[in-house]
Design a protein around this ligand. Structure first.
Ligand code: GTP
Ligand code: MG
Length: 200
């Protein structure tokens, strides 16, 4: 897809503050520090649009970005940051869950996992939510550049078995896997456009 514009719209935690118009949304979900913001920046080829950091727990709110004036990327707060205060952790997961459960604008979720590790308990829980709420989603194993091709193959297989679905290898530095993510995004957007027309 050709990116003609990408702008930060707003940050919001509470549902009441999320954008209200019907613009379709692609959500990026995953553990704290897994590389959600980096994935957004690398997909758009814009460094620094979504704030990245080597300090886990950087993204503590939902960040909405408007792309090509047509759809939004939503950078969700990362879960599983052990050092965050309990009540903050509860608020994050509440917001993320509410988003996955209810958000009408959500047309595709990108669940990001770390290609180096086994899925965590929370990875499995998010996976269950996406299934439970019958969301269309793509599972992406990022930081693939940090592994040898043998290790990567082994880990992807392990991840596939744990989650019971295909897992796409990605790297924000080499951008391997980028084409396939864009294909999934475009197809979800086309589908939502077709449904929108069907409603009228
Ligand atoms: P929170 O907002 O804290 O939840 O983190 P996040 O999931 O948005 O992660 P972020 O994109 O900030 O990346 C965390 C760290 O991992 C940064 O130091 C990134 O440079 C690094 N990183 C992210 N993706 C990749 C990748 O594909 N390869 C490598 N080598 N490093 C990566
Ligand atoms: Mg982030």
């Amino acid at each position: 897809m050709k990116i003609t514009s990408a702008e930060f719209l707003k940050s919001a935690l509470k549902e009441a503050d999320w954008p209200r118009d019907k613009t379709p949304e692609i959500a990026f979900l995953g553990r704290s520090n897994v590389g959600k913001s980096s994935l957004i920046n690398s997909l758009l080829s814009i460094r620094g649009l979504a704030r990245t950091s080597s300090t886990p727990g950087r993204t503590q709110v939902l960040n909405f970005f408007l792309i090509n004036d047509k759809f939004r990327f939503v950078d969700l707060p990362g879960y599983g940051y052990a050092r965050a205060p309990k009540e903050i952790k509860a608020k994050w997961s509440e917001a993320a869950r509410a988003y996955v459960a209810k958000r009408e604008q959500l047309v595709l979720s990108i669940h990001i996992v770390d290609s180096r590790h086994e899925p965590t308990k929370q990875d499995l829980q998010l996976h269950d939510w996406l299934e439970h709420y019958q969301r269309q989603y793509l599972t992406v194993a990022t930081k693939a550049d940090k592994l040898s091709s043998n290790e990567l193959r082994r880990n992807l297989e392990r991840m596939r078995r744990a989650l019971g679905r295909e897992v796409l290898a990605y790297s924000s530095t080499t951008r391997r896997g980028q084409e396939k993510i864009w294909q999934a995004i475009e197809s979800a957007l086309n589908q939502s456009r077709a449904e929108e027309k069907g409603d009228r």
